[in-house]
Design a binder for this molecule. Structure first.
Ligand SMILES: Cc1cc2nc3c(=O)[nH]c(=O)nc-3n(C[C@H](O)[C@H](O)[C@H](O)COP(=O)(O)O)c2cc1C
Length: 319
């Protein structure tokens, strides 16, 4: 598929995850074989009011290859203004969030609530497309709930409004992240539209990636939760697609070295205090399955300085 002027065969996307896939982690995943990255969701209103936290979210890491900034909002003018403001940023595409299920977002008619309001969703897309020179995509779900699954009509509407590609998370808003993602409906979306379709939901390894491509005929895959503490997943999936057999799993040393690199880069990109706090969840994911790491994990959760955390991680390395 093509994003802007860049052609990528069967691209693997890192799924945006608020609070997890910051520029540091997107950089790591990109170095580990991820083709396309998308920022955490960025509030168009936050950009309008020049909120400093919002500004930080749009920073792109130098290692990101094809990168998108994801914006959310429901006011077409504010969304278009955000698109205009983001023209000067390094991202190659703009992604519009129409999938977020969180109550404080949907109560403002934003995120997945836009699937209940296709007319407004189209207006937002048309205004954004009119203001940006970058490629535009929409990330959507299958519908609001099981009684209102409208993703096929919605996808066609987004195509008609001018988006370059779509990402479909195969769950309704009411499912949040529970239950199995519905790949059959993504296959129907793919048949219905002429623009590229990226599948999101339950791609967790090489075999599931191959099945997702086969079942749906989709153009790209997005991997979110399975990439937590697991930047190796992109190379593993690519290897499985190309060679039909799995790559070796990362060993204890590789995991600890990666965790240390991640923390060191967080410290470079943020202050030591913030880096230590944000690293806690990542360390738990990296150390999952690392033999005898429980007490180190607990100590990392209490550590206040990155030097202490690095020393704790060193104790897990063989002498
Ligand atoms: C903690 C968390 C945060 C997320 N944040 C976002 C977000 O900011 N924007 C978005 O479009 N999707 C977000 N998602 C959805 C994922 O990108 C993805 O579509 C979903 O998790 C299904 O894919 P998976 O089965 O590979 O996890 C989030 C998911 C999780 C679990």
């Amino acid at each position: 598929m093509k994003i802007g002027n860049t052609e990528i065969q069967k691209p693997l996307f890192l799924g945006p995850m608020a609070g997890i896939t910051d520029a540091t982690y997107r950089g790591i995943c990109s170095e580990m074989g991820c083709d396309v990255t998308v920022t955490e969701m960025v509030s168009a209103k936050g950009l309008h009011y020049k909120d400093p936290k919002t500004k930080k979210l749009i920073a792109i890491n130098g290692s990101e290859k094809v990168s998108g900034i994801q914006i959310f909002g429901s006011d077409p003018d504010i969304m278009a203004e955000a698109a205009e403001k983001l023209e000067k940023e390094k991202n190659l595409f703009l992604d519009i969030n129409m999938g977020c299920p969180v109550p404080k977002v949907v109560k403002n008619k934003e995120g997945s609530a836009l699937m209940k309001n296709p007319v407004l969703a189209s207006r937002i897309v048309e205004k954004i497309v009119g203001k940006t020179t970058k490629a535009v995509s929409v990330k959507m779900r299958t519908g609001w709930d099981e009684d209102s699954v409208n993703v096929i009509d919605f996808a066609l509407r987004m195509e008609a409004s001018g988006v370059d590609f779509i990402t479909v998370h195969g769950r309704t808003r009411n499912q949040y992240y529970f239950g199995q993602a519905d790949w059959d409906i993504i296959a129907k979306v793919k048949k219905a539209v002429s623009i590229p379709v990226v599948l999101s939901g339950d791609v967790v390894d090489g075999p599931s990636a191959v099945s997702a491509f086969e079942i749906t005929g989709c153009d790209g895959l997005m991997i979110a939760r399975a990439a937590k503490g697991n930047p190796w997943i992109f190379k593993q999936i690519r290897h499985f697609i190309e060679k039909g057999c799995p790559l070796e799993e990362p060993g204890r040393v590789e995991k600890i070295v990666m965790a240390k690199t991640h923390l060191a880069r967080l410290v470079e990109n943020k202050d030591d205090y913030t880096a230590c706090r944000e690293f806690r969840k990542h360390s738990a994911w990296y150390l999952k399955g690392v033999y005898n790491s429980a007490s180190v994990k607990n100590k990392i959760n209490q550590a206040e300085k990155s030097g202490d955390i690095l020393a704790l991680l060193d104790t897990l390395l063989p002498v």
